[in-house]
Design a protein around this ligand. Structure first.
Ligand code: DLL
Length: 433
């Protein structure tokens, strides 16, 4: 039985009616409260009253990440700050983050969505959940924390990092559930092997992983190495964080919380809906969020939707595991990184030229990033010691702003191929699947 049978198993016709009503409310709310949306809706000559059926959502204007950047920090906020009880954030395409404000009601709904995620993964009130998603501005830590609290389980809020301590705490506190990014799950597995800890002997039996791409093969590897069932969570800051969709015991696609999010899959060039079941870009409209309603948000994530009934009984549509993105966003150690963001940080460093490439490689199942940047002539000529010093300086600067360790390699001036059109900033050396 799901956590919230009424919604999770609602007959499809009833669900569509509910969505239509909420869609109209959201559009009216956004129009009334957010000048950005009012302008866009007026430009398209459409208002809430023009929405007669769910498919009319395609008449609404789309919203993109840059709209959030241009309205930084709170110009898309539909409520006065006194009604905002929390703000989360994630990396944007430049130095400024994307903000996600919540009212108390938004937080409560988010918590419910996360409770559904936990429950679908088979987690119950007698579980001990080690939450190794980063706590802080990132939505992973507190999102999972709240959901775990709602189902009444014991939460161990370790946050990410300090891997050896994670493993000792799992042993000491007897965690039965592990929540973190899939890449971190593998780091834990690797470290445990080095420490001589047999994870198969610990009580941990299920993990809920997400926030970055991972393949079915990687899921299998995590399951084998940690001796657990690896379940999934999906979401994004712009829509309130994780809790947008989650998989059930069938592990055959992620159920979208359709009472909260209206999903479309479109052709990324034309924005026309793709035929049922075909791949395209995922677009979401929030249906109940108050602080930051989102109309047709382009996620840039690529997937397809399955509407056939799921044996688990949930009627919510399923999205297939993501198969890529339509933009150049990289996700390294669970952190979203845009080449433009690295570029603006490199430009702060006087010892290098603004000529760089981001080399992405795969080590095992993990993506690793190396920034190759050209040294200025006098730095290069000063020799290896100077080079190492500048590399450290850049790595510290990147860490200070992005939060993760990124390898930096200075190269000789003029070594990086000059662009003859669109600069190719990413050298993707990951094997193609
Ligand atoms: O990653 C929210 C989250 C936290 C999801 C914890 C799941 C677990 P952002 O940092 O805004 O939010 O990044 C959102 O991450 O557009 C996808 O490209 C990617 N992503 C999130 N979940 C998955 C997943 C959080 N399960 C961006 N599989 C999204 C693949 C994912 N990619």
């Amino acid at each position: 039985m799901p956590w919230d049978e009424k919604f999770e198993c609602m007959p499809v016709e009833e669900l569509r009616k509910f969505q239509l009503e909420k869609l109209k409310e959201t559009v009216a709310w956004a129009y009334e409260k957010v000048p950005f949306y009012r302008k866009k809706l007026d430009e398209k000559g459409i208002q809430a009253g023009d929405i007669q059926k769910l498919e009319d959502v395609s008449k609404l204007p789309v919203t993109v990440k840059n709209d959030l950047r241009d309205n930084y920090p709170f110009k898309l906020c539909a409520v006065p700050m006194k009604d905002v009880v929390r703000v989360h954030a994630s990396s944007g395409t430049t130095g400024k983050p994307i903000t996600g404000p919540y009212t108390a009601e938004d937080l409560d709904q988010w918590t419910e969505c996360m409770a559904r995620n936990f429950h679908a993964a088979g987690v119950r009130s007698d579980d001990v959940i080690q939450n190794a998603y980063g706590y802080g501005l990132f939505t992973g830590g507190l999102g999972f924390h709240q959901g775990a609290g709602r189902i009444g389980a014991t939460v161990v809020p370790t946050s990410s990092g300090m891997t050896e301590r994670q493993i000792s705490l799992m042993q000491d506190f007897g965690a039965t559930v592990l929540c973190c990014t899939p890449s971190y799950a593998l780091t834990i597995a690797e470290r445990a092997e080095e420490m001589g800890v047999d994870m198969h002997k610990l009580p941990v039996r299920v993990g809920i992983f997400g926030a970055e791409p991972w393949t079915v093969q990687m899921r299998q590897e995590i399951e084998d190495r940690l001796g657990i069932k690896a379940m999934e969570a999906f979401g994004l800051t712009e829509l309130g964080g994780p809790g947008v969709s989650y998989d059930c015991k069938e592990q055959n696609g992620l159920h979208i919380n359709e009472d909260h999010y209206l999903a479309e899959v479109v052709d990324p060039d034309t924005f026309e809906p793709v035929p049922e079941g075909e791949k395209g870009e995922l677009i979401f409209t929030s249906l109940q969020r108050r602080a930051m309603p989102m109309i047709r948000y382009r996620t840039k994530d690529i997937t397809r939707l399955h509407r056939e009934a799921c044996p688990c009984g949930r009627t919510f549509v399923r999205m297939e595991k993501l198969s890529g993105r339509t933009d150049d966003m990289l996700i390294i150690s669970g952190v979203n990184i845009f080449p433009s963001q690295i570029e603006s940080l490199l430009l702060d460093i006087p010892e290098v030229e603004p000529q760089y490439v981001l080399v992405v490689r795969k080590k095992g199942y993990l993506d690793h990033l190396t920034v190759r940047v050209e040294a200025r002539r006098e730095v290069y000529d000063a020799g290896p010691e100077k080079e190492a010093e500048v590399e450290r300086k850049i790595a510290d600067h990147l860490k200070g702003h992005i939060g993760i360790n990124i390898r930096v390699r200075l190269v000789e001036p003029k070594l990086i191929a000059r662009s003859e059109g669109k600069a190719k900033r990413i050298l993707d050396e990951r094997p193609k699947e």
